[in-house]
Design a protein around this ligand. Structure first.
Ligand code: MN
Length: 414
């Protein structure tokens, strides 16, 4: 029978992508602000174990500042938040070898990291005890890092069209072996980094049946069947997996594009009962460090939207906007115009996009009879090119400038 006092509280977070630039901008303060909140939630909610399901860093070769941020956060979770343990795996962005480097040292500080599960490794090496805040073991955890082709197949294995299927079978076999290595008795957690079939990507609603790298389609039940909570990483939108409330993607720490600007970021607090039944879970929203907004339309419309933006409070982080401007003719200095209009409201224009000719611009020459260049006058070539790029004739001022330029060139050419 479940005893309330024996239940464990798990905080599940994922896809921190520390050091990732956002359209060439660094987000050190944004990362720190989000991690501060995770430490605070772990302390205030008396979390027993923090689970980080992969993609801790954005690249295999993170910078010194990001590595320091990672180790400092681990230290704060243990010492400041008082959690019983931190459990982490490598995702496809991480170097498993780098994460595992200080594995024994970290284990001595109650941090369990698994970066690699090589072909010949004992699957039981991925199964670790989960202590509560008092240090008493209350559960097991199967920590399965992102598996690469080389961890599943031998170098000599044939490269043929059956390879994705063989990789999928090898992944399932490996997952099943780890699952089988979980001892009976205590409840257990499954931690993985993979794409679950039917998961949603970004803001898209349609189910996407994609593959995990080249690994074919992974059936998560192979690893997670019977667990009290499955903590997965890879998809950036928080969501349950296959309709099960106790199998979850916690979602990424920060928005990775303006298309995710409206999505709330959160961590999962899962309450794991002592009797091996499924955990109940709750989303804890993370307060965003800054606002993101995307606006689109013809230039005049975008500028009107810009002028209507709310000014940030004094001292607040600068909000970022992306303007997607539909142009019907070349507009010199567009980036500067947008940057100045944004900064007049206290915002920053980031990575503006141009859409020439709106939706109607097509493939060059599509559906047209090929023309002989020699048979067309230069002004007509210019008009056709402008039509192709902007879906409109050049405005009179631009056509006049071209005629002037053409006359000069022709006069020089004799
Ligand atoms: Mn990933």
């Amino acid at each position: 029978m479940a005893d309330g006092s024996q239940a464990m509280i798990i905080l599940h977070t994922s896809d921190w992508h520390l050091g990732a630039s956002f359209h060439d901008r660094v987000r050190d303060a944004d990362e720190e602000f989000a991690l501060d909140q995770i430490v605070a939630v772990a302390r205030e909610r008396a979390v027993d174990a923090v689970v980080i399901s992969g993609d801790i860093f954005d690249t295999a070769n993170p910078g010194a500042a990001e590595q320091r941020r990672w180790y400092r956060t681990l230290q704060r979770l243990i010492e400041e938040a008082g959690v019983g343990t931190v459990l982490a795996i490598a995702g496809n962005h991480d170097s498993g070898l780098r994460l595992e480097g200080p594995r024994e040292l970290l284990a001595s500080r109650r941090v369990q990291v698994r970066g690699l599960l090589t072909r010949d490794a004992d699957p039981a090496s991925c199964v670790v005890p989960v202590p509560d805040r008092a240090g008493a073991q209350r559960a097991w955890c199967a920590l399965v890092p992102y598996l690469r082709e080389g961890d599943l197949l031998r170098a000599g294995d044939d490269v043929d069209e059956d390879r994705p299927q063989r990789l999928a079978r090898a992944l399932h076999r490996r997952w099943a072996e780890v699952r089988a290595a979980v001892p009976d008795g205590l409840p257990w957690l499954a931690v993985g980094h993979a794409f679950a079939s039917g998961g949603r990507v970004g803001g898209a609603e349609a189910p996407v049946l994609a593959e995990v790298g080249n690994l074919g389609k992974a059936d998560i039940a192979t690893l997670a069947d019977g667990c009290s909570y499955a903590a997965f990483g890879h998809l950036h939108q928080p969501q349950p997996i296959a309709g099960r409330a106790h199998w979850r993607y916690s979602g990424a720490l920060l928005p990775t594009g303006f298309d995710e600007a409206g999505l709330e970021r959160s961590v999962v607090l899962a309450t794991v009962p002592a009797d091996r039944t499924p955990a109940s879970s709750e989303l804890v929203r993370l307060v965003p460090y800054r606002s993101y907004q995307r606006m689109s339309g013809p230039l005049e419309e975008v500028l009107a939207q810009l002028r209507a933006l709310p000014e940030p409070l004094p001292g607040a982080p600068t909000p970022w906007l992306q303007a997607v401007v539909q142009l019907t003719t070349p507009t010199p200095g567009l980036n500067r115009i947008l940057a100045e209009a944004a900064s007049a409201r206290g915002w920053t224009s980031v990575a503006p996009q141009l859409q020439r000719g709106g939706a109607a611009a097509g493939t060059p020459g599509a559906g047209r009879t090929p023309l002989e260049l020699d048979a067309i006058a230069p002004t007509e070539v210019f008009r056709l090119l402008h039509r192709h790029l902007y879906n409109a004739d050049p405005p009179p001022a631009l056509a006049g400038s071209f005629a002037e330029l053409l006359a000069t060139v022709q006069a020089q050419g004799g």
